[in-house]
Ligand binder design. Structure first.
Ligand code: G1P
Length: 282
């Protein structure tokens, strides 16, 4: 706030792309061809972004701006994107339930719109590989600071092999005193369609919302639930500092921006050190 007063946070630009485009690109790079974006009130600009912009394409063609034209076309063509509206903000579990008809009877992936992951291979691909090898529901996790556990779904687990953990229990947003560990769910999941029947009978949980974590807790008591410690860096763009870090890191990833941005950051650090020293000398 206030940047997200009249626009969805998923449309906040990170360098030159809205956050949601990074998420869609991660899914596409992982091999996903069909995407359903669960939107809500105030999120129409997401649909406009992935829609074909005939006027813009004509202007770019006329001006001979081929690079930009290809980029605009690529946004529209990279995947089959569908939309469904979650009519009330009743929680992540409820949002996923909105996708039941679209999914049908196949395993599917969930990527949360405010968690940007920078990794190679993409975070989702890492999870899909584990699913292909094991056939088990698998969630992406990373350790977080103990003081921050109340922002996440937290797992209790035992190590299996190669960064794979066997989940024993999960709790959504526990207080640091009650958290079973500091291993947090990172907004990437590969789920089986059986999760829908659990979500349908579930009661609201933390924050009075229907929580996916609560459905996963039932799954882990009924069958094998795995967690994979994801390689890569995660940015929470729903958090002011996380958003600023994402812009800097994504800028540094761009070859054309790296040299000047790197120099600029060095200058900023030097300037700040000078300020601190001056203050200390007073
Ligand atoms: C959601 C999930 C939580 C997960 C988090 C990751 O929470 O409910 O389990 O750890 O995303 O970002 P939210 O951030 O939507 O409150």
């Amino acid at each position: 706030m206030p940047a997200t007063k009249a626009q969805p946070k998923e449309m906040l630009p990170i360098v030159d792309k809205p956050a949601i485009q990074y998420i869609v690109e991660e899914a596409v790079k992982s091999g996903i061809e069909s995407i359903l974006i669960v939107t809500g009130r105030n999120k129409k600009t997401i649909e406009d972004h992935f829609d074909k912009s005939v006027e813009l394409e004509q202007i770019l063609k006329k001006k001979g701006k081929t690079d930009l034209l290809l980029e605009a076309q690529n946004i529209t063509d990279m995947a089959k994107i569908h939309y469904i509206r979650q009519k009330e903000p009743l929680g992540l579990g409820h949002a996923i339930l909105c996708a039941e008809q679209f999914i049908g009877d196949e395993p599917f992936a969930v990527l949360l719109g405010d968690d940007i992951m920078v990794s190679d291979p993409p975070a989702l691909k890492q999870l899909m590989d584990v699913f292909d090898q094991t056939g088990s529901t698998v969630i992406g996790v990373q350790p977080v600071q103990h003081s921050e556990v109340n922002k996440y779904g937290i797992i209790s687990a035992v190590a299996q092999t190669n960064q794979i953990l066997h989940v024993k229990d999960l709790v959504e947003k526990p207080s640091p005193a009650k958290a079973p560990s500091n291993i947090a769910i990172m907004g990437r999941y590969v789920l089986k369609p059986s999760v829908f029947s659990i979500l349908k009978t579930q009661k609201p949980g933390a924050g009075d919302e229907y929580q996916l974590t609560d459905a996963l807790q039932q799954i882990c008591h009924q069958e094998n639930l795995l967690a994979l410690e994801l390689n890569g860096e995660r940015f929470d763009i729903g958090d002011k500092l996380g958003y600023m870090k994402a812009i800097i890191e994504m800028g540094l990833e761009r070859e054309e921006l790296h040299p000047e941005l790197f120099n600029y950051l060095q200058e900023v650090v030097k300037k700040e050190i000078r300020k601190v020293r001056k203050k200390a000398a007073v």
